[in-house]
Structure formats: C-alpha cells, structure tokens
Design a protein around this ligand. Structure first.
Ligand code: URP
Ligand code: ZN
Ligand code: ZN
Ligand code: ZN
Length: 461
C-alpha cells in the first residue's frame, strides 16, 4: 500500500512545517513540498495537524490485580488506543512472586499474540529478586528486547520489593544498559494509614485518598532517586502526581542524575474533590490518588521545565461491578481507571488549546520522549524518512464530548463523562496501514506487532 498525505502541518518534537508525506509499505519514504508520487491513496490534510503516532508507555491490559482482571484486553485496549491516536502501548508483565520472569513473559505473550490491533511492548515487573532473576534480567535485555524493569515500592505481599532487592536489581540493570522504573509510594506508610482508617470505620473511597498523602509519594521518590544515585543506574518514575515528588527529582537532576518522570493525563486535569461523591468516587480510585490544583500546576510547569518528560495514562479499567467489590471497604476497590483512548485529545485540549504547552512539547511528551527513553527511537516517536509510518491526522478545531456512549474502551463508565474537548483524532496510520478512518477501526486482532526495544537510548534525551 502507498499513501500520500498532502498539505498537513507536520509536528515533531523539534519543529512544525507544512509538507506532504509519502508512505510506502510500513515506512515513511519521502517528506517535502508538492511531492509527486502515484499513490494508491491520497489524504488531504489541509488545515490538519500531522503528529507521530502516540505512545502510551503505561497501560495494564488483562492484568490480574486485587482479585480480578483489568477489563480491557489487548484487542479492546489497543483498538480504543488507536481511536484516540495512540499507535503503540507498553504494558507491564508481572512476575509472580516465587516464579520466573520467563514464565511471566510466556503468560503475557499468550495475552497479546493474535489479539493486539496496535503495536505493543512490555516492561518487566520484578516482584521477587534473587540470583536467578538477576540472570533472567540480563536475558530479557540481550535476548527478548525488554530493557525496562518495573518495581513497586508499595503493594506489600503482592508486588513490592524491599530496598535491598531494589539496589541489587539496579546494579544488574545498570551494567547491562537497561532502565529501572518505579511505582514510588511508601507501602508501609500507606498500609498503616489504611489499617488506621479501617479501624476508625472510615470506609468510603475518600479514605483511599486520605491513606496516600503526598508525603508517601515524595518520600519514596526521593529514596528511589537516592538509590539510583548510589548505584549509578538510570531510572524512571511512573505516574507522578504531586509537587513534593517532583521536588525530589529536582534535587536528583541537580546532581546530574538520569531520573525521568512520567505523569498521567488524570493528574494534570482531575483533582481529589471527585472523592467527595460517596461511592461514585470509586471511579477514580487509583494509586497514587488524584491530588490538588497546586499539584496540577506543578506538573504542567514540570513539563515545560523538562523535569517531566512523558504523559501516559496508567490505563487500568474496571467495570462498575468490579469497583463494587470495595463497597463498604475502600481498600478492596480495584485500583485504576479507563484512560487509554483520550490521552492525546485531552492533552491537546487542556494543554495546547488552552495555551499551557506548545505543539512541539505536546509531541515530545505524548510520543517522542517515550520512544527515546525506552529504546525505540527513531523507528517510533517521530515523523522522519525511514521511521515507521505511525501517523495521526488531527483536526485541531473539532469539538466533541467524551462519553461512555461513544468510547471504545471495555468499561461501562467514563472518567471524563460530559467533558468538552477541542481537537479530534481523524485518521490514524499504523505502519502504513489505515487503522482509523471515519471513526471506524479498519484493522483486526493480530495486526499489532511486538516491538523489541534496544538498550535505553538515554543519551539522546
Ligand atoms: O491504580 C493503579 N495505578 N492501578 C494500576 C497499578 C499501578 O499501580 O500502576
Ligand atoms: Zn475520540
Ligand atoms: Zn503504579
Ligand atoms: Zn500502572
């Protein structure tokens, strides 16, 4: 298939200009003014923005968690992502404590192969570190194209590792050119606050929020950064929510450390007042929880300061019936919310349209930086000759309203019900194939490819 995209305003992390793009097979072959190719399909992009396909490096598809499974699988999740202009996701493989990384890898391959519609890769979550796992970490980097290792400083007894294991993991990962990523909250502090609130009979979703105050995240972010400093390993803090945690990274960057930061759409635009809606607040029960307006302001400015490099979603949807597992006990509400579909549109509307970030910054945080940090640039994350033709044609003026009635995620509520958005994904190409056109997904399950990643190309960012 060959496609010619005419007259769009191309946006990369570096610049924006009007030109044509010619795509042949899976790749971008030419970019220039008035290109003259005999293409099978011509798309007129006059008045439209043309972005590299979005990359969401934080999603949980078909994940076993808190006694149930997240409700989007690889098929429904990557389809919804494509509808919103995200052409690639990075999901998390969870090692079962006491079992091997390779067994966990097999389980996730079964979840994704033949099912994914969009492209994907995996982070490997190390939940139990020992000498054998250390050898497997090296094999993941050298043989499996998995170069990022997720750790949890919370969820004790299920996913959490202790500081001793963390330091050992960092040493191995550093030596072999990988990256350690982290859910940075102090699990012991949170567990004691949960126990205290339950003993007092404080059982509504509001107490999920009150059991994870800012200090629990700031402390863990600082401790993680210090362990990185001690081991010399590069690191990445996922789903950062607050000013205190960001200040910990500010100190680390003053020591010239590589500590990358991801925030998520919801932490930039939603706040903790949503937990005051009685049990409806369960819709936004996630960890860490939503915070305050002052934290939103700190995160937006963190993006512009270059302290926050990536905006993901932590997409981890549960049906309302699943959320009700925690009716009468907030600690049993499955943590997570549906978000994969609307990241690009929300970030454009709240960020670019409202003047908080520039167009080039938008592309940086929604696509390019994730590709660079996670070792797949420039194949992914930019519009350049030779790159995969993952391309979003976006109408910056079109207004629409987010609703469960129209979204494609397998979740029976929307976290943004009724929200007006300016800017809409119109056409999406995935490796040169038309994925989304006229609000329809044109690709089938099994089309998505696993993208093996190189050693983290941390020197390019
Ligand atoms: O609430 C959340 N974030 N659920 C998914 C698991 C995690 O901690 O990222
Ligand atoms: Zn949409
Ligand atoms: Zn997390
Ligand atoms: Zn997560």
């Amino acid at each position: 298939m060959s496609i010619l995209i005419k007259n769009g305003q191309i946006v990369t992390a570096a610049e924006t200009y009007i030109a044509d793009i010619y795509v042949e097979g899976e790749r971008i072959v030419a970019i220039g003014e008035d290109l003259n190719y005999d293409a099978e399909k011509i798309i007129d992009a006059t008045g439209k923005l043309v972005f590299p396909g979005g990359i969401d490096p934080h999603v949980h598809l078909d994940m076993p968690f808190m006694g149930t499974y997240s409700s989007d699988d690889y098929e429904t999740g990557t389809r919804a992502a494509l509808h919103g202009g995200t052409t690639m996701v990075i999901d998390f493989i969870l090692q079962t404590q006491g079992d091997t990384l390779h067994n966990a890898l097999k389980t996730w391959q079964q979840k994704s192969q033949g099912k994914a519609i969009g492209d994907y890769s995996y982070h490997m979550a190390v939940t139990d570190f020992n000498d054998n796992v250390a050898k497997e970490v090296v094999q993941m980097i050298e043989e499996e194209g998995i170069s990022s290792f997720k750790t949890f400083m919370a969820y004790k007894g299920a996913l959490m590792i202790d500081d001793g294991q963390m330091v050992q993991l960092m040493k191995v990962v550093k030596k072999h050119g990988g990256l350690v990523t982290v859910h940075a909250t102090n699990g012991d502090m949170i567990d004691s606050l949960i126990a205290k609130n339950k003993a007092l009979g404080n059982l509504s979703p509001l107490y999920h929020y009150l059991s994870q105050p800012e200090v629990t995240e700031a402390e863990a972010s600082a401790r993680f950064s210090d362990m990185l400093h001690y081991t010399g390993c590069p690191g990445y803090i996922v789903h950062m929510t607050c000013e205190g945690a960001l200040n910990a990274v500010r100190i680390a960057t003053q020591r010239n450390q590589k500590v990358f930061v991801e925030t998520c759409t919801q932490y930039l635009m939603l706040d903790a007042s949503l937990y005051e809606k009685d049990f409806e607040g369960a819709k936004w029960v996630m960890s860490p929880p939503l915070r305050e307006k002052k934290d939103q302001a700190a995160l937006w400015s963190g993006i512009n300061q270059g302290l926050v490099q990536v905006v993901g979603t932590d997409h981890c949807p549960f049906m309302w019936e699943q959320k009700k597992m925690g009716k009468g006990d907030f600690s049993k509400i499955p943590n997570g919310h549906p978000a994969i579909e609307h990241r690009m549109e929300l970030l454009f509307s709240e960020g670019v349209h409202k003047g908080k970030i520039s167009l080039t910054k938008y592309v940086e945080v929604s696509s390019t930086n994730a590709a660079k940090i996670f070792g797949m640039y420039p194949r992914k994350g930019t519009i350049a000759i030779g790159s995969d033709a993952d391309i979003v044609i976006f109408d910056p003026k079109k207004e629409h309203i987010i609703s469960v009635e129209t979204h494609h995620m397998n979740c029976d509520y929307s976290a943004y019900e009724g929200q007006k958005v300016t800017g809409k994904t119109e056409t999406v190409l995935l490796r040169g194939q038309v994925a989304i056109e006229n609000e329809e997904c044109k690709l089938n399950a099994g089309n998505g490819q696993f993208i093996p990643r190189g050693k983290t190309s941390i020197t390019v960012i």
